[in-house]
Ligand binder design. Structure first.
Ligand code: CA2
Length: 151
């Protein structure tokens, strides 16, 4: 069974505690349950993580590269939070490892402030999705499942 690695960046541990109009009322623990259900549906093991630290996310992307080379990783779903809009290091880590990665955002970043319209992740990602609320995590895992059979 391959693993789906779900990585969450800065402040996503606050999900469900503030800004429900933007991010919904569900907590990150709720999102992990939702991801577990989606992984069970698609035959993946789930590895679900969150960090507020850019270097930690870089290290996890490197780990993902090793797992993908070993054939045990289906791919990564990355919600890089605000690092999406600032981090050349995350861009380079994705490019450098060649991992299959879906960039995910809960909100529709293009309907928000201008500074959220540019992503350093998108050009290195296999796929990009935003604006589905936390349901986007399950949709992204379904997307990873489709990629295993080569769509
Ligand atoms: O829409 C998304 O998923 C974002 O990646 C969320 C980031 C934001 O910087 C991106 O532009 C879009 C912010 C995550 C912080 O989430 C919070 C949730 C509740 C309360 C405070 C922060």
């Amino acid at each position: 069974m391959k693993t789906a690695l779900i990585l969450n960046g800065p402040n996503l541990n606050l999900l469900g505690t503030r800004e429900p109009a933007v991010y919904g009322a569900q907590t990150l623990a709720d999102v992990e349950v939702l991801c577990a259900q989606a992984c069970a549906t698609h035959g993946f093991a789930l590895d679900f993580r969150q960090s507020n630290h850019e270097g930690q996310l870089v290290d996890w992307l490197h780990e993902a590269g090793r797992l993908q080379t070993a054939g045990t990783l289906a791919g990564v779903v990355l919600n890089a939070g605000a690092y999406t809009h600032t981090s050349v290091a995350l861009h380079d880590a994705i490019k450098g490892t060649g991992i299959t990665l879906v960039e995910l955002h809960i909100s529709n970043v293009f309907a928000r402030e201008d500074f959220r319209h540019h992503s350093f992740i998108s050009a290195a990602a296999r796929s990009v999705m935003c604006g589905f609320g936390v349901a986007g995590y399950a949709l992204a895992i379904a997307g990873l499942a489709g990629m295993q059979t080569g769509f």
